[in-house]
Design a protein around this ligand. Structure first.
Ligand SMILES: Nc1ncnc2c1ncn2[C@@H]1O[C@H](COP(=O)(O)OP(=O)(O)OP(=O)(O)O)[C@@H](O)[C@H]1O
Ligand SMILES: [Mg+2]
Length: 251
């Protein structure tokens, strides 16, 4: 059975895209066929795996509005065998506006990937930093949500809104949706603050916090500018090890 996991938090810059790219790459490296879908008009996951946005003419947007099948838009990753990408570009913003009035507008992504879903063991969805129609589409298509929490003071702020949204999606759009886990990112084990955030997260989400914590790691920050998952850029870095360990926990 294909597992579809969406990476969501409406807070910006918490490590959603870094997690989407490197978790997808780590799962693919464990010989599981994996698809990474970039659901964010910022398209950081697309550029982060080395796809030149100017060199492609079909993106997720064109699929969602019915111009192409998913199989026509897919791109194979050059570095990691078994990893495919459904790329995006800034035009994806248009989807939000154009679909504003359509019925079932939250189910379009689920419908769109239904014919390729079974080709994969895992599908990872990178969400934008908002609780917009795109995020609702991702949550409706997904089996579970990973919530990355940056290990800093305001980490838990805004979580109430996110949990409320997940509840609403469960109630009306996707009753089976689960929280896969809370992931601490940019964790610095030398600071008290990081440990405090971890403690608070554990208090609120008893038993739901991943054992793996993603450390703050310069290599993880550098990899996207080379268009590579961490395993192709710095395979022995602490960042690479942590995402492999997360993949193990999930698989
Ligand atoms: N563990 C880490 N160590 C060091 N830098 C990191 C780490 N995780 C993410 N970063 C860097 O922090 C920034 C934000 O990360 P990322 O883009 O993954 O967050 P995001 O939640 O996807 O952001 P947005 O909300 O804009 O989509 C990026 O520059 C990224 O390279
Ligand atoms: Mg992002």
């Amino acid at each position: 059975m294909t597992q579809i996991i969406c990476i969501a938090n409406q807070k910006g810059g918490v490590g959603k895209t870094t997690t989407a790219i490197n978790l997808a790459a780590a799962i693919a490296a464990s010989s599981k066929k994996t698809l990474l879908i970039d659901c964010d008009p910022q398209a950081n996951a697309t550029t982060g795996v080395g796809i030149d946005k100017n060199s492609i003419d079909k993106t997720l947007y064109h699929g969602l509005i019915g111009e192409y099948y998913a199989s026509e838009i897919l791109i194979e990753n050059e570095d990691i065998k078994g990893l495919n990408i459904l790329p995006s570009r800034v035009e994806l913003i248009g989807f939000e506006i154009e679909m504003m009035d359509s019925v079932n507008r939250e189910k379009i992504l689920k419908e769109f990937i239904s014919d390729i879903k079974n080709d994969y063991d895992y599908i990872i969805l990178d969400c934008p930093p908002s609780l917009s129609i795109l995020t609702l589409n991702a949550m409706t298509a997904a089996d579970s949500v990973i919530i990355p929490l940056q290990s800093e003071f305001y980490a838990l702020e805004g979580l109430g809104q996110l949990l409320q949204t997940i509840k609403r999606v469960k109630k009306s759009l996707n009753p089976e949706l689960k929280i896969a886990g809370i992931l601490l990112t940019m964790f610095d084990k030398r600071t008290r603050l990081s440990h405090q955030v971890a403690e608070n997260a554990e208090k609120y989400f008893k038993g739901q916090v991943f054992k793996t914590k993603i450390p703050r790691n310069v290599r993880l920050g550098e990899a996207p500018s080379f268009g590579k998952p961490i395993f192709a850029y710095a395979p022995s870095s602490s960042g690479a090890k942590s995402y492999l360990s997360l993949a193990k926990e999930i698989i």
